[in-house]
Design a protein around this ligand. Structure first.
Ligand code: PEP
Ligand code: MN
Length: 342
């Protein structure tokens, strides 16, 4: 249920409504918009009719049931879009955010060089995996804490935020010390213990769609994080499994406008894991921008042929610079700052 406050509702009236909703056994998720405050009341469906009595409290305009199963992630729960602040950046704001870096953190030199390339290209956030979810137990599993230190150092030297993946609820505390954004990978989309744990974290979470999850299931997983107390969730389309074998996965670009319609959360695209081939990263990134995504996360490596994971889909420095130039030009064009894309 959502409780819509009147435009001129006072702080005391809002607090009074929050106290009342909590006193009848519901959790409150207030969202303070420019026009008005909306209070999401979530909890047991069985008693939700009682929440209608909120309409008799002062400052309340109306109550409305949220029909979607994902309550807090749904557009109805909030006025406008969620904009997530990371340092000086806004994810879900007007800038198309580019997160870039190697699949795995491999060594101090590789991480430093990657950060240099990513910064030189004009990206916004550095990525790098220290805990790797690998299909084979014999594949490289990541540098763990040593890798986290290298990633943090690279981010600090470049003056850029960093993102890295967490696989296990018991690693969240450690990883939070080093990273600015926590990534939940495709394979953990329905690891509910992990979702609830990052819901208690203080850092934003980038939640990747699983290779076999529907859009509704993705939003339900986001709901786990939101309902555990973390409002800062970024959704990520990274390709799904279909009958097609020409690409590693099938990038579902239609998920972007659909998610934008259903949810207020920022949406980014990962063309690297979707395509599995460096050749398609530029056209798919153009597509992501054109279709309304808030950004991309792409794999870049100083020497892709030597990468310990996902080398074939990683961009070499020169190709990354070309991508960045094109994307920034296309971004200007789309904002109508130029007439023709360069
Ligand atoms: C990754 O980002 O390197 C990764 C493992 O991605 P995904 O979870 O999308 O497969
Ligand atoms: Mn990867």
């Amino acid at each position: 249920m959502i409780i819509v406050m009147k435009k001129n509702a006072t702080k005391a009236q809002i607090e009074n409504v929050i106290d009342w909703v909590e006193s009848v056994g519901y959790k409150t998720h207030p969202s303070r918009g420019i026009e008005r405050t909306i209070i999401g009341a979530v909890g047991d469906n069985r008693g939700k009719e009682n929440l209608k009595f909120a309409e008799s409290l002062s400052g309340v305009e109306k109550t409305m049931p949220i029909l979607k199963p994902y309550k807090l992630a749904s557009r109805e729960a909030k006025e406008g879009n969620t904009v997530i602040r990371v340092g000086n950046l806004e994810i879900g704001g007007s800038r198309f955010i580019v997160m870039a870096g190697p699949c795995s953190i491999e060594s101090a030199e590789q991480m430093m060089e990657s950060a240099f390339i990513v910064k030189k290209g004009g990206a916004d956030i550095i990525r790098g995996g220290a805990f790797k979810p690998r299909t084979s137990p014999y594949s490289f599993q990541g540098m763990e804490e040593e890798g986290l230190k290298l990633l943090r150092r690279a981010g600090d030297q470049a003056g850029m935020p960093v993102i890295t993946e967490v696989l296990n609820p018991s690693d969240v505390d450690l990883i939070e010390e080093y990273t600015d954004i926590l990534q939940i990978g495709a394979r953990n989309i329905q690891n509910f213990a992990l979702l609830k744990r990052v819901g208690k974290a203080k850092k934003p979470v980038l939640l990747k769609r699983g290779m076999m999850t529907t859009i509704e299931e993705l939003l339900m997983s986001a709901e786990y994080i939101l309902s555990s107390g973390n409002d800062d969730v970024i959704l990520c389309e990274r390709g799904i499994r279909t009958f097609e074998t020409a690409t590693r996965n099938t990038l579902d670009l239609s998920a972007v406008p659909v998610l934008k319609e259903l949810s207020h959360l920022p949406v980014i695209v990962d063309p690297s894991h979707a395509a599995g081939n460096w050749k398609y990263i530029l056209p798919l990134t153009r597509g992501a921008l054109a279709v309304g995504a808030d950004g991309v996360i792409v794999e870049v490596h100083p020497e892709p042929e030597k990468a310990v994971s996902d080398g074939f889909q990683s961009l070499k420095p020169e190709r990354f610079y070309v991508l960045m130039e094109e994307i920034r030009n296309l971004e200007k064009f789309m904002r109508n700052e130029t007439k023709v894309p360069a």
